[in-house]
Ligand binder design. Structure first.
Ligand SMILES: O=C(O)c1cc(=O)[nH]c(=O)n1[C@@H]1O[C@H](COP(=O)(O)O)[C@@H](O)[C@H]1O
Length: 474
């Protein structure tokens, strides 16, 4: 093992296979600092889980919990021969998970922002994966209830680094307590563990079950839709179109108006998904989708990569009908969705995405705690153009019980809806339902895209959907 000696302490590189974030064997390691912990060193907290310590200058010892960038997928590997290998991947340099836009520290080594003297107490709040979770990380940065730095702390950060202060999304300060906590619930791991399910659900969406899908690749359109719909919904969803076109900027545009649900639908090998999830978490998103079809190891990797983001597993796309599934050699949705949901939750998903007609079956399969999110929503908007037989009233919808193998009263077949001149029809969605039907079946969040974005007045359309939800109790 190669060994270098720094002033007064050892500094070793681990075997190549142990380097966190070094999948290929070398390049990522250049962006990472690997240090040996010094449990015996005075004042060192290496033996205290949940704490990190960093000195201010190169050559001082640094201990960090290995987490993002750890592609070994084996947390037990962290301690070898009495040493802790500690890595900070390059993509995290200068960023704090709790303060994703935070500026890098100037005096310390890359990747360390602590705002203290070089020998002072190191940055706190970086949690070891799988280890004890601490409340109040980065305590030296005052934070609002919403988990964002307070105005004073923002100013202090800006002054300290000379960097641009992080933008404080208006929704964080302007909403009611529950609204402010919307971002909070997605950002604070403790809440996922501590709160009961109902409490968590309400805070997660600020009491608002509506998610507006901002499906556009046009930046200006994205900004307009985000501004119009942000105040009307619990989350703004940034999907593949906007994210592919504008990356993290799309998230920040949306985040200025509401908590963000990043619908990346990750589906890859576990190491890749873990890295992508870690990268997404630095953007300040609250929810992140992965495909349940990636399997338990991939879902676990996503949860590991982004422990402060709630991972939603997409069971079977709502655009697929049973014929399409059969063509792929797969069983009907009603058979596979509850099974995938259970697997995903056991693997670490915080929630599931399924069609409205499967909500009740998923709820029965996973219990009350996980979030159940449903796209494929087509409002039962009162309209003379829509035959009443094709679109049940909200009251009829909410009365229905949905279970695997049978349609809920609120579930509409694509044929029924497209036969009438519905508001937008079902487009490419195959398994659809009404807002009230989905809520009555137990959904926490309803994802609605085109019925809102195609409306000449998206905010008014969102209010109409909310009224339908309210009829079913939300
Ligand atoms: O993960 C999703 O959000 C999702 C899963 C799924 O199975 N079906 C589905 O439609 N979606 C998303 O939900 C939104 C639905 O949009 P509309 O059909 O326009 O309401 C789109 O942004 C889809 O990407």
């Amino acid at each position: 093992m190669p060994e270098r000696r720094g002033p007064g302490h050892d500094l070793r590189l681990p075997p190549r296979s142990d380097r966190r974030g070094d999948r290929s064997g070398h390049p990522a390691a250049r962006g990472a600092r690997v240090r040996q912990a010094h449990p015996g060193r005075r004042g060192h907290r290496g033996d205290r889980p949940g704490r990190t310590r960093c000195g201010g200058r190169g050559g001082e010892s640094h201990q960090h919990a290995a987490r993002d960038g750890d592609r070994s997928g084996d947390g037990r590997d962290r301690s070898r021969r009495g040493h802790r290998w500690v890595v900070r991947p390059r993509h995290q340099a200068g960023r704090s998970r709790r303060d994703p836009l935070g500026p890098p520290c100037r005096s310390g080594p890359a990747g360390h922002r602590h705002g203290r003297g070089s020998h002072g107490r190191g940055r706190r709040g970086v949690r070891p994966r799988g280890g004890e979770r601490r409340r109040g990380g980065d305590r030296h940065i005052r934070r609002s209830r919403g988990g964002l730095p307070t105005g004073r702390a923002v100013a202090a950060l800006a002054g300290r680094s000379g960097a641009r202060a992080p933008l404080r999304p208006p929704w964080a300060g302007e909403r009611s307590v529950s609204g402010a906590a919307a971002g909070d619930a997605g950002d604070r791991g403790e809440d996922r563990v501590a709160g009961d399910a109902g409490d968590l659900r309400d805070r997660a969406a600020g009491g608002n079950p509506l998610v507006a899908a901002l499906d556009t690749a046009t930046r200006d359109r994205l900004a307009v839709l985000a501004a119009e719909l942000g105040p009307e919904v619990g989350y703004l969803k940034v999907g593949l179109e906007a994210f592919t076109a504008h990356g993290g900027d799309a998230v920040q545009i949306a985040r200025a108006h509401a908590p963000v649900f990043l619908d990346a639908k990750l589906h890859d090998i576990p190491a890749t998904v873990e890295g992508a999830a870690a990268a997404a978490s630095t953007l300040g998103v609250s929810l992140l989708t992965v495909h349940a079809g990636g399997g338990p190891a991939m879902i676990a990797a996503a949860a590991r990569g982004a422990p402060d983001v709630r991972i939603l597993a997409v069971t079977v796309l709502t655009s697929l009908d049973d014929d399409a599934l059969a063509a792929m050699g797969q069983p009907p949705a009603v058979e596979q969705v509850p099974r995938l949901a259970r697997m995903a939750v056991e693997a670490g998903a915080a929630g599931l995405v399924c069609a409205p007609g499967e909500v009740a079956a998923v709820r029965a399969a996973v219990g009350a705690r996980p979030l159940v999110v449903t796209p494929g929503i087509r409002p039962a908007v009162p309209s003379a153009a829509v035959p009443s037989a094709a679109v049940p009233s909200a009251a009829e919808s909410s009365a229905g019980e949905s279970s695997a193998g049978e349609s809920s009263a609120g579930e509409l077949s694509a044929g029924e809806l497209s036969a009438g001149e519905s508001v937008g029809g079902t487009d490419d969605q195959a398994r659809v339902g009404t807002p009230a039907g989905a809520i009555a079946a137990g959904a926490d969040l309803l994802v609605v895209g085109r019925p809102l974005t195609r409306d000449p007045d998206p905010a008014a359309a969102a209010r109409r959907v909310r009224r339908e939800c309210a009829e079913a109790g939300r």
